[in-house]
Design a protein around this ligand. Structure first.
Ligand code: PA5
Length: 446
């Protein structure tokens, strides 16, 4: 059991019968997921992906990562949303948020196409200037504006530097198996391609080529990542709510939601978890936030954010509960020496590891927040390595699907994301959007 659900700080917030009361709805959600009879059941390919993935493609991913490592100082990974967050989150969690600046045998990895900021794009262009680089462009639809725009720029840079033929050898396209502009372009140009299966939605795709190629390029062990996720598949197949921590977590979220706690704050005490927080926010925000329902997923890194959000959490509106990721062993520790003069008065911390200080911060904060009336769910993880991370990723994915079904929404669509695109295209004068343009301009000029 790699992810342990610790419910001991919930005693004053939830009574036993409330959890028992969830048994029926959770059993129904489990049945709908397993029998593929629930909403969005065309998108359940992620459910057994850690066990039933394409082994040949997996081997090709490893080979591609070796080639990129051998011939590129920099890898530019182009994608947005589910085609971006998981890879970056895993790399930062497993290697470091400072990965690009640390000494290593693997290429620097930068993410492009996840915004429309011209400043950021210019900065990335200057980073590859004079250096060998490759591009992994990731888009399931192949038509998303942000990555398509970035790909146009980096493809052009590659062609200018290496020639058309040389560029082809450095472009890796991860996209739909058959459809989409990117797939057509990749086939026409002869790029190496990797597949995002039809039945795996973007935000559930980190354990496919979408996440695996960039993660492998950062030198991470993707076999161990998949093994952790596969073990999670087995553990969380158990329909019994009393035995399945993943289902209990989903049930707890729903109980708090119905008690008026409309936001869940995911908290960790390691900086390297910050992008995992972002991945979680997309997974739950896009899956549950619909039909005017859903918990708002927010996040924090402590103790950093105790100095910004701490006051609100302790004393502000009673709208949230916390889910705390308790990583029990840090990747690296630091021994605090005693100082003879004790001029800074810090000798009370001396002769112990910094992780012990971080743990006391965690314990003190949980107790303070619980006393302040904020429920704290704790998820204990032995360490942040590939195996545990794969396990945790699958824990969140499955809990998300169960949460969505309990809530009565389709966790696998994202109709709301289209609204901004429609307006942006109309305002930019894209063909087919003429009718909306005049009305939007009128509204802007009112
Ligand atoms: O989770 C999702 O489906 C979305 O966040 C998509 O991943 C995102 O919009 C990018 O889409 P695409 O991969 O088609 O470019």
């Amino acid at each position: 059991m790699a992810v342990k659900l610790n419910e001991k700080y919930l005693k004053t917030f939830i009574r036993a019968h409330e959890m028992q009361g969830m048994e029926g709805v959770v059993a129904l959600a489990h049945k709908q997921l397993n029998e593929k009879t629930g909403l969005g059941s065309d998108f359940l390919g992620w459910l057994d992906l850690p066990e039933n993935y394409d082994r040949d493609e997996f081997a090709r991913i490893k080979k591609a990562a070796e080639k990129i490592t051998a011939d590129s100082e920099v890898l530019i990974v182009i994608g947005i949303g589910g085609s971006y967050l998981g890879a970056r989150a895993a790399i930062e969690a497993l290697r470091s948020p400072l990965y690009n600046s640390l000494k290593k045998q693997t290429p620097e990895i930068y993410f492009a196409g996840n915004s429309i900021s011209p400043t950021y794009l210019n900065e990335l262009i200057s980073i590859v200037d004079g250096r060998s680089f490759s591009v992994n462009v990731i888009s399931k639809s192949g038509t998303t504006t942000e990555p398509a725009l970035a790909f146009r720029v980096f493809r052009d840079l590659l062609e200018k530097k290496y020639g058309e033929q040389g560029a082809k050898d450095r472009i890796y396209a991860t996209t739909d198996a058959k459809r989409g502009t990117l797939k057509k372009l990749a086939d026409r140009q002869g790029y190496k391609t990797f597949v995002i299966a039809d039945d795996v939605g973007g935000r559930f795709s980190v354990l496919s080529a979408v996440g695996l190629l960039p993660i492998a390029c950062a030198g991470c062990d993707i076999d161990a990542l998949m093994k952790g996720a596969a073990d999670a598949v087995s553990e969380y197949a158990n329909p019994d709510l009393t035995q399945n921590p993943c289902y209990r977590y989903a049930a707890l979220r729903n109980i708090f939601y119905r008690k008026g706690r409309k936001a869940e704050m995911l908290v960790a005490y390691e900086n390297s978890f910050a992008m995992m927080n972002e991945w979680y926010k997309q997974l739950y925000g896009e899956s549950e936030g619909k039909d005017k329902k859903g918990l708002l997923p927010v996040s924090a890194i402590f103790s950093t954010d105790l100095h910004s959000l701490g006051q609100y959490i302790q004393d502000g509106s009673e709208i949230l509960f916390e889910t705390v990721i308790d990583i029990q062993t840090p990747q690296k520790d630091f021994f605090l020496e005693e100082e003879a003069e004790n001029s800074d008065g810090l000798n009370f911390l001396a002769n112990r590891n910094m992780s012990e200080v971080n743990r006391k911060a965690f314990e003190g904060t949980v107790l303070a927040h619980v006393q302040g009336g904020v429920p704290n769910i704790v998820l204990e993880i032995p360490a942040l390595n590939e195996y545990e991370l794969g396990y945790l990723i699958y824990f969140f994915e499955k809990a998300c699907a169960i949460s969505g079904y309990i809530l009565g929404v389709n966790p696998f669509d994202q109709p709301g994301v289209e609204s901004y695109k429609k307006n942006m295209f109309a305002l930019l004068g894209k063909a087919g959007y003429e009718a909306d343009r005049a009305e939007l301009e009128k509204l802007l000029n009112e």
